[in-house]
Design a binder for this molecule. Structure first.
Ligand code: UGA
Length: 422
């Protein structure tokens, strides 16, 4: 199939490359000349493990010319950003692109399918995208073109693997012809369950999936905070009981039951905020979703409070990325941690193997970050931080360590404190 993908972010580019690998003729569209040039040169415009190798192995072209890409393809995936504007989801990129695709369809002969891959609140595809396509093409959805929704479940850092081996593919369509085109797009994924559904249900599945995972994280954090007040209780130990239960044994969701300093990234915080705001516009109180966000906002401060008085102390903050394996710092708990440490008068030095910022003193190496540190705070569980116990083993006096990811063994340091450990 000839496929055009609009947006070369994590979702668009990884999906595009994966579909090209599956044998489709894929062209990626982006408004940034730099991104287009990089993709055409086979380079990844952002850090994602395995993506450069994947791009090197596929035939993928990129263009600034959306109309040309749409007119010379059979199906278009919309994979542009849907940020949260502070009170609700910002659909302006999706709207602009839908209008442009509509304009391109005006001059295209033959049937075409337009599919929303961006995360959008339920109703957006049918109530916002479809009317824009009809308006700008002068054509009729259902008769002249199909409209579908195909949410993306890949995670940053493992995006290439997730796209190659999805645990499920969700496709929603306004009619059987659209669903047929989407089923054909994913026909190479023989062993993957393909869930066919309505467009709004597909949109909602994405939110429900992210809200569920984020809820498990905040649940774990609330229980961890309680455990830490009891004396002689470690949340890691307590959760062993949960993991061994019939309820959760072998379930993949257990990877979201790890207590820590909270979730970040470009998805969970914005998607839960958009979901809560959407619920309210529907007249539904979203108390649980809002509590998940409240607990998450407070969690970085729990980590800082483990250090006690830090005035004038040198504190090494380990990790800026919102999780290991990525240079993405969006909504990372590292920033509320750093802000709280600054407010308490700490002398901060940060280290991340990949991510960089200029708002805090950055150490070039892990060793130099640890050098002279009175305290160490772990925000991101990069595998390289496993060396820290060895690196500070002979230090006198021993630093105070606050582990925000339950990454180290509690016996690895003389002064060890952690989320969920009393
Ligand atoms: C998340 C979802 O996991 C994907 O299924 C989804 O497709 C994606 O959002 C999206 O909407 O595009 P991602 O944001 O890349 O993926 O990262 P996760 O691995 O889910 O981690 C999110 C945050 O939760 C990180 O800050 C991580 O440190 C934190 N986390 C994760 C915890 O605090 N505890 C856990 O047990 C698991």
């Amino acid at each position: 199939m000839r496929v055009s993908v609009v947006g070369t972010g994590y979702v668009g580019l990884v999906t595009g490359a994966c579909l090209a690998e599956a044998g489709h003729a894929v062209v990626c569209v982006d408004a940034s000349p730099e991104r287009v040039a990089m993709v055409n040169a086979g380079q990844a415009p952002f850090h994602e493990p395995g993506l450069p190798e994947m791009l090197a192995g596929v035939k993928l072209t990129a263009t600034l010319d959306l109309a040309d890409a749409v007119q010379n393809s059979d199906l278009t995936l919309i994979a542009v950003g849907t940020p949260f504007d502070g009170s609700q989801i910002d659909l302006s990129y999706v709207e602009t692109v839908a209008a442009q695709i509509g304009g391109a369809l005006k001059d295209k002969d033959g049937y075409h399918v337009v599919v929303v891959k961006s995360t959008v609140v339920p109703g957006t595809t049918e109530k916002v995208v479809l009317p824009l396509l009809e308006k700008h093409s002068g054509k009729q959805a259902g008769a002249d073109f199909g409209v579908g929704m195909n949410p993306e479940f890949l995670s940053e850092g493992t995006a290439v693997h997730d796209a190659r081996f999805p645990d499920r593919v969700v496709i929603g369509g306004i009619d059987a012809r659209t669903l047929g085109a989407l089923a054909a797009l994913y026909s190479s994924w023989q062993d993957t369950p393909v869930l066919m559904t309505g467009v709004a249900a597909a949109e909602m599945m994405k939110y429900v999936s992210n809200a569920f995972q984020a809820t498990l994280i905040s649940f774990s954090n609330e229980m961890a905070n309680l455990a830490s007040t009891i004396g002689g209780v470690d949340i890691v130990d307590v959760e062993r009981g949960l993991h061994a239960s019939g309820l959760l044994k072998d379930a993949p969701v257990t990877s979201f039951l790890k207590a820590g300093c909270g979730f970040g990234g470009s998805c969970f915080p914005k998607d839960l905020a958009a979901l809560a705001s959407f619920g309210k516009t529907q007249g539904v109180p979203m108390a649980l979703t809002e509590s998940v966000l409240d607990i998450n906002r407070a969690q970085p401060l729990k980590l800082v409070s483990l250090l006690g008085n830090v005035t004038g102390k040198r504190v090494a903050v380990l990790g800026l990325a919102f999780k290991p394996g990525t240079d993405d710092i969006r909504e990372s708990p590292a920033f509320p941690v750093i802000a709280a440490l600054k407010e308490r008068g700490a002398d901060i030095v940060a280290f991340d193997p990949v991510a960089r910022v200029d708002t805090v003193t950055m150490a070039e190496t892990l060793e130099s970050a640890l050098d002279g540190a009175d305290a160490i705070v772990l925000v991101t569980s990069w595998p390289q931080f496993a060396e820290v116990p060895t690196l500070v083993a002979n230090r006198v006096p021993q630093p105070l360590v606050a582990d925000g990811r339950r990454f180290w063994d509690p016996g690895s340091f003389t002064h060890y404190r952690a989320i969920g450990l009393s």
